[in-house]
Design a protein. Structure first.
Lengths: 262, 789
């Protein structure tokens, strides 16, 4: 017995070398999910639905521009249409992988642009079940990623990865992600709290090909503890529109150009 | 007559009867392991009751938790120092990891949402994400806490010595277990801080434990006391055990039925064992009579053979003599308890059925098991014991005879004195104050009372009520006039002494307005446009916990929820809040409706139900008992006379309750109904036996009265003493309702026995022309022989 197991290790080696590592899969997934194209635009309809069916609707135009390679800096611009009284509110995020985001909010009722502290990436994004991190991504370096197994989601072959935060201060214990082997889009993600209970479930409900980029155009995040869920639909999705860099500035927060936000 | 054949059967086949009883008892006993308790005060009213349906809806709409634990931390030198804050952070962290805790909505220093502006940057996030590392951070925290009215009196006391961590629990979580785990967590911390753990789940758990204590420790003690008392009275161990066995069997049958039928044990039904034990003492009349009869038989039967014949004869005669009163007293007791069925409070209904069933079982035993056991009593044992059982020799009997003599000789004076006392009692009764204060059910020194007191002194109050403000229009609650109206209502309510703290969406709006404008106190107000309010709240919801906003407004902004923390659990407090809200609305008309909700409101509704139930139950029991008396005596006149000692007793006790200012709460209100059924027993025995005696001797009413006072009177006296002895145990119980019940019953039994023996002779003598102008029924009180109305 003792003599035999080093041989078994050798037997496994080639396979290990050929396959992608957990880190590599997550990197590809990040690129496919959060960085496709040079820039991106969509009309987003978010439905915040409580356990017993009460709905709050958020409607906004989302603009994104990458500064460089996938994994690098990004700028986001959000212009709100719904609810009615927040019309003309605009929200801008400059995202840097290694440090806190910069966030600004324009409050039209008092004609004020206010910087918003970004102390918690895990807090809710506009009251939805998505966190800022769920929307704009979590630093890959923060977690260890391990491929646990391979499995189908629907008819798609997926890697199943377990990501565990390196530092103990994250508010979740680990998450499990099903990454499509073809498109590298995450099709399903489960987040586990520190008590080891699965408490959030992400599902990619519809994927469409837009300008050659496979895009999740319908997604749901469900809080399994409260029963609250958020359904998101992307309408009028487009890539590589040539968004200018100066669009993502305080000046345009107050008066965004019509052609980009409608 | 059916019961006669049952008695005959029982004394002929006593072993069969005993075996059957034991078998059935074992059968009921098999149900015991399935016992569950229900200590949730909400379950006092049915799930379909309006208030519970409405409260559930409010919980749903505003994402509120059914159960929240409150952990109080107190440091007399102030909690705002690095050591204490470090402990609070550690404790909160540990609590967040507990299974069953709704971690996302735990509110304490480290988790509560704070809105601040620092260097032009708006910050919405936890107040103190981790324990402070420097004095500067402590000072900053102090500023943040006391600069924000949302925090003062909610998570920090105004003197800075107390803080609270609010720990909501997931649906179905075990609150008791979590409270224990939190106790273990705070137990690991050393330091000068004191910790208080309060909240409904703790109260319920404590309650449950005390209930088991009552059933498991106090009931057996009551049983022991009765056993000793019976032994002293009859000096026959077999008889004493027989009586206990009868009581125990009845308890096991009833509780077995309750548990087997799937009902949880509630505060009322937990008292059932003691009640049944006490009711079982009614069979004392059988033993009492048996002893007298046996002695008479023994003397008359010259041949002292070792045969059973005169024992059996004594049993037969005893049963014949006491069967009618015993049957009717059982009927009256069962009927009074069954009257509880018409009440709205579920545990009271269950209790009524439970005791009614137990009473009927006891009566069944009276005509089967007891005669059967009497056949086993060894002759020489009785011979020894009955030596003293003679009216002439017995000191107690002589004393009773003398009491009866007072009434019979000076009926007018006795009655007049009674009327004066009665008048005073009625004045006292009018002062009765109905109130249910669930926290006051625990003793002053109990952990829960201590925690409640400490938290009420330091913070906004532990009893929580809501005012749900509803509009017909969606988005209405974003309007400046609506938010301003809410704020005005809050200020109005906060002028009331019972209100500690209020909280609504207006507080968030004002806070954000101020923070956006450089923390300028000029902007600590509601902005002027609906857009501004909408955008502020949107901004808030972008970073706050979802529950922060959900707790105060519904999704469509059509309803707002105003939190009112009350400093007392008295039901009246919420009534005052509702009235204050009405007054405010009259002075400031707005197209909204205000509906109260929350546990404080539930307590108010429930309190009113108790009052209604009490009136209904009392009247019903009065009627039922009167009908039974009239049936028993076949005369409304006699029923009226028999009624008097009972009414007198109850009014006296009510008078005392009124004068002492003790809250008239649910257990007492239930008792008033029950006491009618139990106290009337004495009248039934007294009048029944008196009329028999009068018919037997055909002579002097006065002499018959004195005989009754001495002989069945001794049975009454023994019954009352036993009853009182059993219930006196409850005076030492850990929950005040039990103590109140104990005191009530002890007083009622002794008083009604005394008043029966004193006032029935007086009243009968006074009304003898009116009462006795008709022929008396004969010895056996056979139906055909009785005339009357």
């Amino acid at each position: 017995m003792k003599r035999r197991w080093p041989w078994m290790l050798v037997g496994l080696l080639p396979l290990q070398a050929l396959a992608l590592s957990g880190e590599e899969v997550m990197k590809k997934s990040q690129a496919a999910f959060l960085y496709p194209g040079k820039d991106f635009k969509a009309r987003v309809v978010m439905k915040l639905i409580s356990k017993d069916g009460q709905q709050r609707v958020r409607e906004l135009t989302l603009l994104r521009k990458n500064a460089g390679e996938p994994g690098g800096d990004q700028k986001y611009f959000m212009y709100f249409f719904q609810p009615a009284d927040v019309k003309d509110m605009a929200f801008m995020i400059h995202k840097y992988p290694a440090k806190d985001d910069d966030r600004w909010l324009f409050i039209p009722a008092i004609n004020m642009v206010k910087r918003i502290a970004a102390q918690d990436k895990r807090s809710s994004f506009v009251g939805s079940d998505f966190t800022y991190e769920d929307v704009s991504g979590r630093d890959l370096e923060d977690d260890n990623h391990l491929i646990e197994r391979e499995e189908k989601v629907g008819n798609r072959d997926c890697y199943v990865l377990k990501s565990t935060p390196k530092a103990g201060d994250a508010d979740f214990a680990h998450k499990v992600t099903w990454v499509d082997k073809g498109s590298f889009l995450p099709l399903r993600e489960e987040q586990y709290d520190k008590k080891g209970v699965r408490y959030k479930l992400f599902t990619a409900d519809e994927v469409a090909d837009i300008k050659g980029f496979p895009t999740v155009i319908k997604r749901t995040m469900k809080n399994l503890q409260t029963g609250h869920r958020t359904e998101v639909a992307y309408l009028k999705t487009d890539y590589d529109l040539g968004l200018e860099d100066n669009l993502f500035s305080e000046r345009f927060l107050r008066q965004p150009p019509r052609k980009w936000i409608d | 007559m059916a019961q006669f054949s049952l008695v005959e059967f029982s004394i002929r086949r006593p072993k069969l009867i005993v075996a059957a009883t034991v078998a059935l008892t074992l059968l009921f006993l098999t149900q015991f392991p399935r016992i569950t308790t229900d200590t949730n005060p909400k379950h006092m009213l049915p799930e379909t009751s309006e208030v519970r349906v409405w409260n559930n809806e409010v919980d749903k709409v505003f994402a509120l938790y059914e159960d929240t634990l409150v952990v109080g931390v107190r440091n007399d030198a102030g909690v705002l120092n690095r050591e204490t804050l470090g402990r609070i952070a550690r404790i909160t962290d540990a609590i967040l990891k507990l299974q069953g805790v709704a971690s996302r909505d735990v509110n304490g220093f480290t988790t509560i949402t704070n809105v601040t502006a620092e260097a032009g940057t708006l910050k919405v996030g936890p107040l103190m994400p981790s324990g402070p590392r420097s004095q500067a951070e402590v000072d900053a925290l102090r500023g943040a806490l006391f600069g924000n009215p949302l925090f003062v009196n909610r998570i920090v006391s105004s003197d800075g010595n107390t803080t609270a961590i609010y720990v909501p629990l997931e649906q179905g979580a075990n609150g008791a277990e979590i409270a224990d785990q939190i106790r273990a967590i705070v137990g690991q911390e050393s330091g000068p801080e004191r910790y208080y753990i309060a909240g409904d789940p703790v109260a319920r758990d404590t309650f449950g434990a005390e209930m088991f204590k009552l059933m498991g420790i106090f009931s057996p003690i009551a049983g022991m006391i009765m056993l000793i008392a019976i032994q002293l009275m009859f000096r026959n161990l077999l008889l004493s055990f027989a009586m206990m066995a009868v009581a125990m069997a009845a308890i096991i049958w009833s509780m077995g039925l309750l548990i087997g039928a799937g009902f949880p044990v509630h505060i009322m039904s937990s008292m059932a064992p003691v009640f049944l034990m006490a009711i079982a003492t009614d069979s004392i009349h059988i033993f009492n009579e048996f002893y007298f009869r046996y002695r008479e038989k023994r003397e008359s039967v010259l041949a002292r053979m070792r045969s059973n014949s005169h024992k059996l004869a004594a049993i037969r005669e005893t049963m014949a003599a006491v069967s009618r009163p015993v049957r009717y007293t059982a009927l009256a007791t069962a009927a009074a308890f069954a009257a509880l069925l018409f009440m709205n409070i579920i545990p009271v209904k269950v209790f009524g059925v439970l005791i009614a069933f137990g009473t009927l079982v006891l009566r069944l035993f009276s005509f089967s098991l007891i005669p059967a056991i009497l056949t086993f009593v060894k002759e020489e044992k009785i011979v020894k014991a009955v030596e003293t059982e003679s009216v002439e020799l017995d000191r107690v009997a002589r004393l009773l005879r003398r009491i009866g003599e007072v009434g019979a000789t000076r009926p007018l004076t006795t009655t007049l004195v009674g009327l004066v006392v009665l008048g005073v009692a009625i004045v006292g009764t009018s002062k009765i104050h109905v109130n249910n204060n669930l926290v006051a059910w625990f003793k002053q020194s109990s952990e829960i009372r201590v925690a409640d007191r400490a938290m009420n002194q330091a913070l906004g109050g532990t009893s929580l009520g809501y005012l749900v403000v509803q509009s017909r229009e969606p988005e209405f609650m974003k309007r400046p006039e609506a938010v301003g109206w809410l704020e005005g209502l809050q200020r109005h309510l906060e002028t009331m002494p019972v209100v500690g703290k209020t909280f609504s969406v207006a507080d968030y709006v004002k806070r954000i307005n101020r923070v956006l404008h450089g923390d300028n106190s000029k902007y600590d107000s509601v902005p002027e446009t609906k857009e501004a309010i909408g955008q502020y709240l949107f901004l808030f919801s972008m970073s706050a916990k979802p529950s922060d906003l959900d707790n105060v407004v519904d999704a469509g902004f059509q309803q707002a929820n105003l939190w009112v923390q009350l400093k007392t659990w008295d039901a009246e407090a919420m009534r005052q809040v509702i009235q204050a809200a009405e007054t405010y609305q009259k002075a400031h008309p707005l197209a909204v409706s205000v509906k109260p909700a929350g546990i404080a409101y539930f307590n108010l509704v429930w309190n009113d139900e108790v009052l209604g139930d009490m009136m209904r139950g009392f009247v019903l029991a009065l009627v039922v008992v009167f009908v039974i008396l009239a049936l028993n005596f076949r005369s409304a006149k006699w029923a009226l006379v028999g009624y008097m000692p009972l009414l007198f007793t109850i009014l006296l006790i009510y008078g005392v309750i009124g004068f002492t200012g003790k809250d008239f709460d649910m257990p007492l209100s239930v008792l008033s109904t029950l006491s009618l059924g139990m106290a009337v027993d004495f009248s039934i025995h007294f009048i029944g036996r008196f009329r028999q005696r009068l018919a037997e001797t055909g002579g002097d009413a006065r002499e018959a009265l004195l005989w009754t006072a001495a002989r069945p009177g001794k049975g009454i006296f023994r019954n009352a003493v036993l009853f009182a002895a059993a219930f006196s145990v409850m005076l030492f119980a850990p929950l005040t309702p039990y103590i109140a019940v104990g005191a009530f019953i002890v007083a009622m039994m002794l008083l009604s026995a005394l008043l029966t023996i004193l006032y029935l002779p007086a009243l009968i003598m006074l009304g003898r022309k009116w009462l006795l102008d008709q022929p008396m029924p004969a010895v056996d009180a056979a139906p055909a022989q009785a005339k009357g109305d």
